[in-house]
Design a protein around this ligand. Structure first.
Ligand SMILES: *Cc1c(COP(=O)(O)O)cnc(C)c1O
Length: 424
């Protein structure tokens, strides 16, 4: 049977029957010709929560009223602001509250974590990552290797997909790890690949790394707020993420880090600052550092409250939507609906639209990466002119992410119609 495009009515009925659809109202959707855009780039920058300016104003008002005393007298005292995130971030990534910390930005955190978790020794000097990891991650790994006096050409092992394939197979990752064996210091992989949307098996990768005596961490930039994780139970050593993608906390907003509790009180080397100092005695301002003994000990500076205010709001929205597990359930339905819609557009227009992202929902988050064979940049221009916001990578790859908090089935059905017209 030839597949047909889903109708707008059908999609609206799906929206109407899902209680999570109402969360869209809590976000400001960018406009195009007076109407909501079809915004599918929450994987690059999540949308602004409607209450963001109000929440920010509270902190500005408290600053105006209390000045420095806001550290204690603000409605959410700034002194302890970062503690507001422990429970919520722990739920988001499957950790103990003492294992997570909101701080800095993603690439900064990756460097700080590698100070602790990449410690090349005489034999163990290598890092494993995936070929074509996010450029900033690669720059980080290469510069860390150089910092330790190593040679990135020898010490960075980049795992490539098999000939003719786009995705990494878990057994190939495991094999690369066991082949590196005692020369392997650290594995650092993007939990969800930013380009093709593949969700890796973090548990198996961690196990393989530990089997050869290496440490294992993940960049969850495209994973956090997108899929649930169990970082603690899987024994992951470290992880970091940003909050401006699926966590909707605004451009350049505060990043986050996970450090497994087993590493909290060991003598791992670490860069230290006053906000990692035991808070009971921090303001005695003594010269010697006394560690907090939790992930908080990796903090350097006092909290950037203005940007954290929106992060807090955003995590509150996740919580009121039932948390990441409830959203994941809706996300799987939305992305399957998008996948079917793409297949239908391909059939109706008789074009080759190849989806790079795994078809198994267990191996992907919400993003689909589509190769529009035989189409060029004018396809992207036509989509943009019709109010569709997707990411275009030369020569012909569309990356798009239906986000369960604010994208609708209707968005997807409308996208299907616009894409069909744009290809015709
Ligand atoms: C978005 C993203 C970054 C960006 O890093 P910043 O330090 O937040 O600018 C880095 N790595 C990955 C994998 C990303 O997806």
């Amino acid at each position: 049977m030839k597949s047909t495009l889903p109708t707008i009515d059908f999609a609206c009925a799906l929206d109407a029957s899902d209680p999570l659809s109402k969360f869209r109202e809590q976000f400001l959707i960018p406009q195009h010709n007076g109407k909501d855009t079809l915004y599918f780039t929450g994987n690059s920058l999540g949308l602004q929560p409607r209450e963001a300016s109000k929440i920010l104003q509270i902190e500005l008002d408290d600053w105006a009223e209390f000045g420095v005393e806001g550290h204690f007298r603000a409605r959410n005292p700034w002194m302890h602001y970062h503690e507001l995130f422990s429970e919520r971030l722990a739920a988001m990534v499957g950790a103990e509250p003492t294992e997570v910390i909101a701080m800095n930005a993603l690439t900064v955190n990756l460097h700080l974590l590698l100070v602790s978790f990449y410690r090349p020794s005489a034999r163990r000097t290598k890092i494993i990552c995936e070929l074509k990891s996010f450029p900033s991650d690669r720059y980080t790994l290469v510069s860390q290797i150089r910092f330790h006096g190593g040679n990135p050409d020898e010490d960075l092992i980049e795992i490539a997909p098999r000939e003719g394939e786009h995705l990494l197979r878990i057994e190939d990752i495991e094999k690369a790890i066991s082949d590196a064996g005692e020369e392997l210091a650290t594995v650092m992989i993007g939990g969800v690949n930013y380009y093709n949307g593949q969700l890796h098996n973090l548990e198996r990768i961690t196990k393989a790394a530990h089997q050869v005596g290496a440490l294992c961490g993940f960049d969850l930039a495209h994973g956090v707020g997108n899929v649930p994780f169990k970082l603690h139970d899987w024994g992951v050593d470290f992880a970091c993420w940003c909050s401006y993608k699926y966590l909707n906390s605004g451009p350049g907003a505060v990043g986050g880090a996970f450090i497994h509790s087993r590493h909290h009180t060991t003598q791992l080397p670490r860069f230290e600052g006053w906000w990692g100092h035991d808070k009971d005695s921090r303001f005695k301002m003594e010269p010697d550092y006394a560690s907090m003994g939790t992930a908080e000990s990796w903090q350097l500076s006092n909290a950037p409250v203005l940007n954290m205010a929106i992060h807090k709001l955003s995590l509150d929205i996740f919580e009121s939507a039932g948390g990441i597990d409830a959203l994941r359930e809706r996300s799987i339905r939305l992305t399957s609906f998008l996948e079917k819609t793409i297949h239908a557009v391909a059939a109706v227009t008789e074009t080759d639209l190849e989806i790079l992202t795994p078809s198994n929902p267990e191996e992907r988050g919400c993003q689909l990466s589509i190769v529009a064979h035989g189409q060029g940049r004018d396809l992207y221009d036509k989509l943009s002119a019709s109010g569709v916001v997707v990411d275009w990578r030369e020569p012909d790859v569309i990356r798009m992410a239906p986000v369960p908090l604010y994208n609708s089935f209707e968005d997807i059905a409308r996208f299907g119609q616009i894409l069909t017209d744009a290809i015709k």
